[in-house]
Design a protein around this ligand. Structure first.
Ligand code: 13P
Ligand code: SF4
Length: 345
């Protein structure tokens, strides 16, 4: 499982981050000025984690101080949901966005789950409601409804099978139905259709109209421009990117799959079409790899701060708790369990 693979004292971590920030630039700010405060916060969070039997799951898009200072696991939404499932901790602090915390709560109802981010939304999860799905099911009664994990618990409860960016192609290929309604990401739906065609799998796939505001920013014009400037760079993209961008990419995958691709690649230059957090991880962990071009920020993921994690471990606010109604949870769990069944087969 993807354990955080930098093991340094808070002091050493800050020295490393500061030197990388100076040499290569890391996509975040105010690190140098706040170094002493950050060291104290990291030390206190780690003490509280041990005292309260808590673990911190950190998505790749959150700030490096969280990932390397206090995170127990770092990864994509699929890997982190498995970490939640397998953990014996009493408390899960999910440094990410609300739908990821909800997924952990659906899988582990007996654990206390917190999402510390101040803005814990997601443009995909927020673009569709359970009523929208009910309406679509009435319109397309013979379709299997497949939802991206970037959805609320209520939406999952109305769907048949959940997927993540790490397993969408595998799971949809394995579903014994040739009529699929995929929601809510339009780009991922279109990229799924392309991939199914490539694999010679014949399914009628309809899709919803949602987009991720971070990934839809990357245009084919930018990509072609960057390729001219950096002809040796491998272009790697998240499947939430535009279909024409994915079509010109050397590799498409979840954030963890992109990370592993770079880790295992003999190439040295990469144009990375996903949120800045992955570029930061590459710069910190792989000094011989060069990231070219620019990246975009997810304001929701970046709203997780060390002070928020300290708060949820000491005096949580009502909004920090993840609560899912039991009836909804049981139905959403079926949808998530169907994913595990197909993805792990
Ligand atoms: P991953 O599961 O690939 O980490 O993606 C989650 C996400 O929100 C991407 O924008
Ligand atoms: Fe949602 Fe996009 Fe942010 Fe991922 S990057 S959490 S899809 S808004």
């Amino acid at each position: 499982m993807p354990k955080v693979n930098i093991n340094l004292s808070p002091q050493q971590l800050m020295e490393k981050l500061i030197s990388i920030q100076k040499e290569r630039g890391i996509c975040f700010h105010s690190l140098i000025k706040d170094s002493d405060k950050i060291i104290k916060q990291i030390t206190e969070i780690n003490r509280l984690k041990a005292e309260k039997n808590a673990i911190i799951l950190a998505h790749t898009y959150v700030i490096p101080e969280i990932i390397y200072g206090v995170g127990d696991f770092v990864g994509d939404s699929y890997a982190l949901s498995k970490n939640a499932k397998e953990s014996n901790a009493k408390i899960i602090v999910f440094a990410a966005v609300r739908f990821m915390g909800e997924t952990a709560k659906i899988i582990c109802p007996d654990k206390e789950v917190f999402v510390p981010g101040k803005e814990d939304g997601c443009t995909l999860a927020d673009c569709i409601t359970a009523n929208d799905v009910k309406r679509l099911r009435r319109k397309f009664p013979d379709y299997t409804f497949v939802c991206y994990i970037n959805t609320t618990a209520e939406v999952k409860a109305e769907c048949d099978v959940c997927v993540t960016s790490a397993n969408v192609n595998k799971v949809v290929a394995a579903i014994p139905s040739d009529k699929i309604y995929f929601l809510p990401d339009k780009m991922m739906g279109q990229n799924l259709i392309t991939q199914m065609k490539k694999e010679g799998i014949n399914k009628g796939i309809k899709y919803y109209n949602g987009t991720c505001y971070v990934h839809e920013e990357y245009t084919i014009g930018q990509l072609l421009e960057a390729k001219k400037k950096f002809p040796k760079a491998k272009v790697i993209s998240h499947p939430e990117c535009l279909p024409e961008v994915c079509a010109k990419s050397d590799f498409i995958g979840s954030t963890s799959q992109l990370y592993k691709y770079i880790q295992g690649s003999p190439d040295k230059e990469f144009l990375l079409l996903t949120e800045c957090g992955l570029a930061s991880r590459i710069k910190i962990e792989f000094p011989d790899k060069r990231i070219v071009g620019t990246c975009t920020f997810c304001k929701y993921m970046k709203s997780n701060a060390l002070e928020d994690i300290l708060r949820v471990l000491t005096k949580p606010l009502a909004r920090d708790y993840v609560r899912v109604n039991e009836k909804i949870r049981a139905r959403a769990l079926k949808c998530i369990d169907a994913m595990f069944k197909y993805a792990e087969a």
